[in-house]
Design a protein around this ligand. Structure first.
Ligand SMILES: NC(=O)c1ccc[n+]([C@@H]2O[C@H](COP(=O)([O-])OP(=O)(O)OC[C@H]3O[C@@H](n4cnc5c(N)ncnc54)[C@H](OP(=O)(O)O)[C@@H]3O)[C@@H](O)[C@H]2O)c1
Length: 286
């Protein structure tokens, strides 16, 4: 199996590289070796390497900055996805792309299914939805995995931010009126590998996220409780629950972005991310 992986310095791509079977041939590209917004460079890379599968783990992920850097966000999250999907289609390679719960407006009362209508409220969400549509139009067999609230031992994420802040402050306020599913990027990477290994390739949109939904406040509680079990001398800060209105951010967040994993479990036999177990496992490495 030959895999072309983009965004190789990001947290998902790191987790993928750790888990790919050893006999798979990998070209891992980062933004300096392959700027995915450069259509010709993408075409050359795909045609030269002739992968069986292109996995796009690159994205413009600065959700708040995107409100101002609209063109940049769309270039990476939409235009570049079209370049990758078209190039993959030209050589009959599969295309696997990663998207986000931020394509939803958060008004649902039960877990979002892949058939629910997206209605993104932020520039980031809009650019990611545009990327989904472009992927599917440029490559009829494209497969998109939407995920949410990623964390891992790599890169920047909520878990690492909470641990850093706990070391700096005695008291922290965390938003309690936004609910979603934390997802361990290592579990998402394993799910993507299962998708690639499936002999009967499938197309379209899938959801993959954690098995238990929480608010950011509850997630922070879980992080600190886990840290106090696994990190010697960890000092638990006082945690205050606050509404999102007390923390106005440039980009609106969905109040509720819980996603239903049923379809990916049914088609690929992967289980939802057991994020509490993953937290226990990685806590010593953070
Ligand atoms: N993080 C989350 O909570 C979350 C939630 C839902 C969905 N997702 C989606 O999950 C996927 C993986 O996210 P992640 O957290 O692993 O992202 P990440 O850590 O921010 O990594 C993204 C990578 O994309 C690269 N990149 C950006 N612009 C590029 C360009 N023009 N050409 C090539 N590479 C470029 C970045 O490289 P440079 O740093 O060198 O620019 C970075 O290494 C993304 O599709 C994201 O939208 C993430």
């Amino acid at each position: 199996m030959r895999i072309l992986l983009t965004g190789s310095k990001g947290q998902l791509a790191h987790c993928l590289r750790d888990r790919l079977p050893e006999n798979w041939e990998l070209i891992a590209t980062d933004s300096s070796s392959l700027n995915i917004t450069d259509a010709q460079a993408v075409k050359n890379m795909v045609h030269n390497f002739q992968p069986d599968v292109v996995v796009n783990a690159a994205a413009y992920t600065a959700v708040d900055k995107a409100e101002e850097q609209i063109d940049e966000a769309f270039a990476v999250n939409a235009g570049a996805v079209h370049h990758l999907a078209s190039a993959a289609h030209e050589i009959h390679a599969r295309f696997i792309h990663v998207s986000t719960d931020y394509v939803f407006d958060g008004s649902n009362k039960s877990a979002y299914r892949t058939t629910d209508a997206p209605n993104p409220q932020s520039v980031y969400g809009k650019s990611k939805l545009a990327g989904e549509l472009l992927a599917l139009s440029a490559h009829p067999e494209a497969l998109i995995v939407r995920t949410s609230w990623l964390f891992s031992e790599y890169g920047n994420n909520f878990v690492k931010t909470m641990l850093r802040l706990a070391g700096e402050r005695d008291s922290l306020s965390v938003v309690n009126d936004q609910t979603g599913n934390p997802t361990y990027a290592g579990d998402l990477a394993a799910a993507i590998i299962a998708v690639i290994e499936e002999t009967e390739p499938r197309r379209g949109i899938y959801h993959y996220c954690g098995d238990k939904s929480v608010s950011w406040y509850e997630f922070a509680q879980a992080v600190f409780q886990t840290a106090s079990r696994y990190i010697e001398g960890f000092k638990m800060p006082e945690l205050k629950s606050v509404p999102g209105s007390e923390y106005p951010l440039p980009a609106p967040r969905p109040a509720y972005s819980v996603m239903d994993n049923h379809k990916i479990e049914r088609d690929f036999g992967v289980k939802a991310s057991d994020w509490q177990k993953a937290l226990n496992d990685i806590m010593g490495k953070l």
